[in-house]
Write a protein that binds this ligand. Structure first.
Ligand code: ASP
Length: 468
């Protein structure tokens, strides 16, 4: 058993979890799964989350304190942000090309799409105040989506409304608001919130730089403490990784059991949204299996090309798939990139936490496809200018998305609004969103690791990996 590589054990856990959930739904054991197996999945996610913040703080501080040339930090920051921006813009463009080519929203009858268009026109009039309708939600049931909207449309509607409410909290106030948000007003508050990762990164960099600037003797005890704490958290990750196959089994069994409460309805929904889901999955697969490997081959280190990179990153990728959260996966991503790919901590401790927060190639690609799909479904052809504005807003929306499940869906509201579409339409794609979230999170994490490996190569910080 010990000879089986970790990534294979995790795949086995994942597949067994899915099989277990389907069998338990079939034999009426769903409740048992939710009561007795799912909690271990929750424990797993919570353990990863509680490690994430201290790990980021200690590894950034320890990385900076170990730097010989501080001048390089600015260069590293510039490289990191440019690389993340470029990959995100590229992935939105891939999404746009695919959705225009496959046209998933045009796969339902034209008559239904024309009716959808009429209801959209009504919505436009009402939002301009020309018609006295109470609010957008009254339009949801009117359009004809074939069997895209399941029987429980009202539940989907209320979920969409609650997502709209979520967005109100994340709305920006001005062009420089993101800079204001990056600075914590209370460091202890920031440290106690998994959502304040950028504030934590900001503080850690500043703290590391301050330690380097004060008297060496005064700083040394703190630096030793930080190094020791860092090593202890890395050890915890090691332990969690050993138990990951079991935890992934529990997590998948729980997630699938919740989804599979009514399998026949689920299959119906997937059928209705099959073209859309297929387009998203194709785009994500293109990024993960073609674009990133090509980047590694031609801009990164040739020796990592294809199998070696995937083998080394697989535990993080499967974890991203099962948790749907880049933030929860971050400790394992750092572990894989440092211990297995061989990137120096100096690079990874800086590039990866930023990536988990701002670089979401999978999310931006999915947002581009979702918006055009919804427009097609309503017989709306978006102009080139509108599509270009989607590149901009999807890029910004993915940067603004928190690294947690469904965050991309919430920010999709913003992208829909930017081209004048009805934000309530997120209810249409809601039923398949969890599955697509699992896939796009995997791409988000792979994108971060790819950029990190490429930057490490350019900084000559790609050493020997400790294990496979
Ligand atoms: N769940 C994704 C992530 O954590 C964000 C999203 O919803 O797209 O990376």
């Amino acid at each position: 058993m010990n000879k089986i590589p970790l990534y294979l054990k995790i795949i086995i856990g994942l597949v067994l979890g899915i099989i277990w959930a389907l069998l338990s739904a079939n034999y009426g054991l769903n409740k048992f799964t939710l009561n007795w197996i799912d909690p271990f999945g929750q424990i797993f996610i919570k353990s990863l989350k509680f490690i994430a913040i201290p790990l980021v703080v200690f590894s950034i501080v320890s990385g900076i304190c170990g730097m010989k040339n501080i001048g390089g930090l600015g260069r590293l920051g510039l490289k990191t942000l440019s690389a993340y921006l470029l990959t995100t813009i590229f992935s939105v463009s891939v999404g746009l090309c695919l959705v225009n080519m496959i046209a998933p929203g045009k796969q339902i009858e034209e008559e239904k799409r024309i009716q959808n268009r009429m209801s959209y026109e009504l919505w436009v009039q009402s939002s301009k105040g020309n018609i006295d309708y109470a609010d957008e939600k009254r339009f949801l049931n009117k359009p004809k989506y074939g069997h895209l909207i399941p029987k429980n449309a009202e539940i989907e509607e209320s979920k969409a409304i609650s997502k709209l409410d979520d967005l109100k909290d994340t709305k920006q106030h001005g062009p420089l608001q993101f800079l204001v948000d990056m600075v914590p007003d209370n460091i202890f508050k920031a440290l106690s919130s998994n959502k304040a990762m950028l504030q934590i990164i900001f503080f850690s960099i500043l703290f590391g730089l301050a330690l380097l600037s004060i008297d060496k003797q005064v700083a040394q005890p703190i630096i030793s403490f930080v190094d020791g704490a860092n090593a202890a958290f890395l050890k915890m990750i090691d332990w969690i990784m050993q138990a990951a196959p079991f935890f992934v089994f529990a997590l998948m069994a729980g997630v699938m059991a919740k989804m599979a409460q009514n399998i026949s309805e689920l299959i119906e929904i997937f059928k209705g949204l099959a073209w859309y889901s297929l387009t998203v999955v194709m785009g994500l697969a293109l990024m993960a299996f073609v674009i990133y490997p090509l980047c590694i081959r031609f801009i990164g280190n040739k020796n990592l090309f294809y199998r070696p990179f995937f083998r080394k990153m697989a535990p993080a990728q499967f974890l991203a798939f099962s948790t749907s959260s880049s933030a929860a996966t971050l400790p394992v991503t750092m572990h894989c990139v440092e211990e297995r790919v061989g990137v120096s901590k100096r690079i990874s401790s800086f590039v990866l936490p930023i990536g988990a927060t701002v670089n979401m190639d999978g999310t931006s690609l999915y947002q581009a496809i979702a918006v055009i799909f919804l427009a097609q479904l309503h017989f709306i052809d978006l102009t080139i200018i509108q599509q270009l504005s989607i590149v901009l807003t999807a890029t910004l929306a993915s940067i603004g998305s928190a690294a947690v499940p469904s965050a991309g869906l919430v920010m999709l509201i913003m992208v829909l609004q930017s081209v004048g579409l009805n934000p309530m339409w997120i209810a249409i794609i809601f039923p398949v969103d969890r599955f697509l979230d699992m896939c796009r999170t995997t791409v988000n994490v792979t994108g971060d690791a790819t950029v990190c490996a490429i930057i490490a190569e350019s900084e000559k910080a790609l050493g020997e990996s400790n294990s496979e």
